[in-house]
Design a protein around this ligand. Structure first.
Ligand code: AMP
Ligand code: MG
Length: 705
């Protein structure tokens, strides 16, 4: 059996429309996708939930993914029930019987007690459906259970006994209202099962189905649910989805194969008899976050004295993998976030053929040269207000930009090219068929991948995602980056600085740099040159962030405590990169979190951040490896560069030429600020003369604005 890519658990409700604020007694949907738990979805009404499920089923099918969807109400009734009502013992026939009779609306007003009266009429004596909000209404539905014979069919199914469930599918009111949930749920299932690729377990052959609908019962994992502080319904769907996604595939398969002969008519509860195994899987912490980095992820090849920049980058590219979990966020808040999955178009853009201009629509073009006169039909098509009728061949109709093309129209002639009187238009041919129209799906076709996983979402991406039907996007959680400055000489910006002290220039720079990258900066402040204090601060930082950026103390001197501490943990990798401006970097893992120990010098700290830390952090954040885009421009400077290391010069463009800062001194912060980007000179020797092409990389290419 093929594995399920996603497991979805639905806690159905027979209740009224639920409040806006997430609460119990609404519909909750738990989702585990590719082993990753998502925030449960909250639906205020059954209609909302059915729309969500329909879109989900279609999107998964488009993406070629397999889904298991569980519902917490009985798919069948005790043996003998459905044949009494429909004459057939096929429960799916009863689903359709109900679907034709149950009504429901957006306020969740429904007629389930009226339908229950009709159902009871098939049986002699009171029942079998019982329970209602008021004793005086619906005379054919008894208020209490006492006196109902349960002779034609039993009160409970075989599956209910096996699962040790005390509820009955005939109880409509007073908790548990399983009977009402089934009456309000089966019509929805009757519609969902008709979508492409959907099969119902165990009534139909589900073994190769792309989407399998199953009956579940959260009571099986009650012990795990009780231990949670969450809203109960929410915890139930979250944990049951986790449990079914978390058991090994052959165990899930065993559960899907385990039902008895009664199931063909009565249905079955997936996992009945497997309660303790499922409960255990529900309490196991799942792969909410991806696996940590390997301990040796920063190891450089041995025996190399100064590692070339490209080798160091290739190594980082190879070893940095996403370390953050996923979440769904509203589309409106998704700018700058990293898309966690390929985004499939749920709808074509445009969804319908429409007109690109204001004008007159007709069919078949106007191939003839010369004047054309067409009779005009009454009415018009405007955006959002389609023309209802059919435009007869040889007639034209008024159309406004963005309007769906009316039936019978495939070509539009522009207002400016037309003369109009009361009931006809005239213009000059020829005009190609399809002129001035947009075809359905000419931009994006439903089912296409609109945006790829790892994409850092731009404003334009949000427009695209919205146009193809998304209101919420799956993104990686924001990468949290702790920033820490080290050195006894460093004082807070704006504070009083004594002799020998300097202001902390790196921290404001690195914090805002990280915010600009779309990460969540975590300000850890300053650490003195004191190993114990620094150790405690690193412990703190590793608990609060996914990555730690430090500056200062990264070399191998007496006061270089960053490298000493990483050394002490056995995690230190000294990166001696053939790069100017640069100093050795101290890289390592601190309590599993990657640490980039940057040089203290602000110029070197910034260049090393842009060249190494940024692409590495992008990969950790799920955005993949990003190479900054540079371009060749004529040099407005001259320089003789020795071989053996790559150099980055602070630069800016003026009149299409790259100027460089007057001094290469690595203490010159003013040069960083003066520049708009960097000129990159290759590792080998170069002689740059005025006008020679040099590679310029604007700060913007490093996502530094
Ligand atoms: P270090 O890497 O600790 O040897 O520091 C190299 C140089 O950078 C020294 O001159 C430090 O004073 C200076 N430096 C270190 N940290 C900072 C900082 N946060 N802001 C400004 N300068 C710094
Ligand atoms: Mg220092």
């Amino acid at each position: 059996m093929k594995r399920f890519d996603s497991v979805v658990i639905v806690d159905w409700s027979a209740g009224k429309r639920a409040p806006k604020r997430p609460s119990k007694d609404a519909i909750w949907i738990g989702i585990v996708r590719d082993g990753v738990e998502e925030e449960p979805v909250y639906c205020r009404s059954r209609i909302d939930a059915e729309a969500w499920l329909t879109a989900f089923i279609d999107a998964e099918r488009h993406a070629g993914r397999r889904a298991l969807i569980g519902f917490d109400f009985p798919f069948g009734y005790p043996a003998g029930f459905v044949s009494r009502v429909t004459g057939s013992n096929d429960p799916l026939v009863f689903w359709d019987w109900l679907a034709a009779r149950i009504s429901d609306d957006d306020a969740s007003e429904n007629n389930r007690f009226d339908v229950a009266e009709k159902l009871n009429a098939f049986f002699d004596g009171p029942g079998p459906f019982w329970g209602k909000p008021v004793e005086s209404r619906w005379p054919d539905v008894p208020y209490r259970k006492a006196g109902i014979p349960f002779d034609v069919c039993a009160e409970r199914r075989e599956a209910d006994m096996r699962a040790k469930a005390s509820s009955s599918c005939f109880q409509l009111f007073f908790n548990p209202t399983v009977g009402s949930q089934a009456l309000m749920g089966l019509p929805m299932l009757s519609r969902l099962r008709r979508r492409d690729g959907v099969k119902v377990w165990p009534f139909e052959d589900w073994s190769d189905a792309g989407c399998v609908l199953v009956e579940i019962w959260p009571g099986l994992i009650e012990a795990a649910v009780k231990a949670e502080e969450d809203i109960r319904d929410r915890a139930q769907v979250r944990l049951l989805a986790r449990a079914l996604a978390g058991v090994l595939p052959d165990r899930l398969n065993a559960m899907l194969m385990d039902f008895d002969a009664s199931a063909a008519e009565e249905a079955w509860i997936l996992g009945a008899g497997f309660a303790s195994e499922l409960t255990k899987a529900a309490t196991r912490s799942t792969a909410l976050t991806p696996p940590p980095l390997r301990n040796d992820c920063f190891a450089l090849p041995a025996g190399v004295d100064w590692t070339p920049v490209d080798d160091a980058l290739a190594l980082l590219r190879d070893r940095m993998t996403p370390v953050v979990g996923q979440e769904n966020v509203p589309l409106m808040q998704a700018a700058g976030r990293v898309l966690a999955r390929d985004l499939i178009a749920l709808r074509s853009n445009p969804p319908h053929a429409n007109t690109a201009v204001d004008g007159y629509g007709f069919s078949g073009g106007a191939n003839r040269d010369g004047p054309q006169v067409l009779p005009l039909v009454a009415g018009r098509a405007a955006a959002g207000a389609p023309f209802e009728g059919v435009v007869p061949s040889g007639s034209a109709v008024r159309v406004l930009t963005g309007a769906d093309l009316p039936n019978g129209v495939d070509t539009v002639v522009l207002d400016e090219d037309v003369r109009v009187d009361a009931d006809q238009i005239a213009f000059h041919g020829p005009l190609k068929p399809g002129a001035n129209t947009r075809k359905a799906g000419e931009d994006v076709v439903e089912g296409d991948t609109a945006l790829a996983k790892g994409r850092v979402l731009t404003p334009a991406d949000l427009a695209l995602a919205a146009a193809v039907g998304h209101g919420e996007l799956p993104v990686f959680k924001r990468l949290r980056v702790a920033v820490l400055s080290t050195g006894d000489e460093i004082v807070e910006p704006g504070a009083v600085a004594g002799a020998g002290q300097i202001f902390d220039a790196n921290r404001p720079m690195l914090l805002s740099l990280c915010a600009g990258f779309g990460f969540e900066p975590v300000d850890m402040g300053r650490a003195p040159d004191d190993r114990d204090v620094l150790r405690a601060m690193l412990d703190d930082a590793s608990g609060r962030a996914d990555v730690i950026l430090t500056s200062g103390g990264a070399s191998a001197g007496d006061e270089d405590h960053m490298s000493a501490l990483l050394q002490e943990r056995g995690a230190m990798q000294e990166w001696r990169i053939a790069l100017k401006p640069g100093r050795p970097l101290a890289l390592g893992l601190w309590q599993g979190k990657p640490v980039f120990g940057l040089p203290g010098n602000p110029v070197a700290a910034l260049v090393c951040s842009l060249v190494f830390a940024r692409p590495a952090m992008g990969a950790l954040a799920g955005a993949g490896w990003q190479t900054p885009q540079g371009f060749d421009v004529p040099a407005a400077f001259e320089k003789t560069k020795k071989p053996g290391r790559r150099e980055y010069l602070r630069a800016r463009l003026r009149d299409g030429r790259a100027e460089v800062f007057k001094s290469e001194g690595s203490g010159r912060i003013s040069g960083l600020s003066w520049a708009d980007g960097l000129v990159e000179l290759p590792d080998g020797a170069v002689q740059v003369r005025l006008g020679d092409p040099v590679r310029y990389i604007p700060y913007g290419s490093f996502a530094m604005g």
